[in-house]
Ligand binder design. Structure first.
Ligand code: PHE
Length: 341
């Protein structure tokens, strides 16, 4: 019996040692220690032994069992560790391999100046208002003190959508002034960027669709000084603290007095050059004090309230900001061009 036990010990330990997966290990456990296992069979036959020999063989059998159990559990731990190592090696990520670069789009130059302008004005306490691009002529013209028969209403300049000319594509963002003044009470401080349409032939400085940003402030005691301060802030934020402005008298039907704001040419500083076409100044925007008739038409008492308004062309702003010489580039969607900004 001793020889049988020794043989079981030798054979089982050798087999366990060379096992390479957990299923085979489990099969070995059953083979030696299971109910019908080899060691179990030896223990069962113990009854037939000489009584003096029983405790000795019993002890040896227990030793062998313990040895096998130890070998199995340490092998099991071993296999588990190896499996984990394998898995880790397989799933390893080499963080030093260069990544694949995603080709993200970029903001369109118009969107850049649009966002910048909105940022500057919201910083001064303005909110953004919206209005329709398909507009009643009443709002695009009449309520802006531009009555029937006024030359600004010519069919040659405006896209009318009805035969009676009562609906059009807005030619300016100014009708948003009226929508806001009809629906909110002062103090009013809004800007309104958006698309506008005019029957212009496409060339380096014209397009039948372009974008403006309207501004409107109405409150008690608003003066031309507020207009100048606000627009100077805009210009200096956009073009730097050195930027010089000029407020030049002009005419708009819906503001009185009206002005155009020029910025001194950054190329020649007023001397006159190719960039400013010899003028020394570059036109930037139209502005003025809201006409009392426009205020009254919106139910705001012009004896109590006053306001200023301005309209700035966003294409022009983008062209100046990025030194773009042809407006068409903004609409051709050539990514080689747009990718530069
Ligand atoms: N709407 C005018 C234009 O398109 C600009 C403007 C806006 C002028 C507001 C005065 C006040 O030229």
């Amino acid at each position: 019996m001793r020889a049988t036990l020794e043989e079981i010990r030798r054979a089982s330990l050798e087999a366990i040692e060379s096992v390479i997966d957990t299923e085979a290990l489990e099969a070995l456990r059953v083979k030696y220690l299971g109910k019908k296992g080899e060691l179990t069979a030896v223990l069962k036959s113990m009854g037939g032994l000489d009584p003096a020999e029983r405790p000795v063989m019993g002890q040896l059998a227990n030793e062998v069992r313990a040895k096998i159990e130890d070998a199995i559990s340490s092998k099991a731990a071993d296999l588990k560790r190896k499996l984990m190592e394998q898995k880790l090696a397989l799933e390893a990520v080499d963080v030093t391999i260069p990544g694949t670069k995603d080709d993200f789009g970029k903001k369109h130059p118009l969107t850049i100046v649009w966002d910048e302008a909105v940022d500057i004005f919201t910083g001064m306490g303005f909110t953004v208002a919206e209005g329709p691009e398909v507009e009643l002529s009443e709002y695009n013209f009449t309520k802006l003190n531009t009555p029937d028969g006024h030359p600004a209403r010519e069919r040659s300049d405006t896209f009318y959508l009805t035969d009676d000319d009562s609906v059009c594509l807005r030619t300016q963002t100014s009708p948003v002034q009226v929508h806001v003044m009809e629906t909110t009470r002062p103090p009013i401080r809004i800007i309104s960027p958006g698309g506008v349409y005019r029957k212009d032939e496409v060339d380096a400085t014209h397009s039948p669709i372009f974008h403006q940003m309207e501004g409107l402030v109405v409150d008690k005691g608003i003066t031309m000084g507020d207009l100048k301060g606000t627009l100077n802030t805009l210009v200096k934020r956009l073009y730097g603290p050195e930027a010089v402005t000029r407020f030049r008298p002009h005419h708009f039907p819906f503001t009185e007095p009206s002005c155009e704001v020029d910025i001194q040419c950054f190329e020649c500083h007023g001397e006159g050059c190719r960039v400013c076409k010899g003028e020394g100044w570059i036109e930037l925007l139209g502005a003025g004090m809201v006409h009392p008739r426009v205020l009254a038409g919106c139910g705001i008492d012009p004896d109590v309230y006053s306001g200023f308004a301005f309209g700035v062309g966003l294409e022009r702003m983008a062209m100046r900001r990025f030194n773009i010489s042809d407006l068409r580039l903004l609409y051709e969607n050539d990514v080689r061009f747009l990718g530069q900004f």
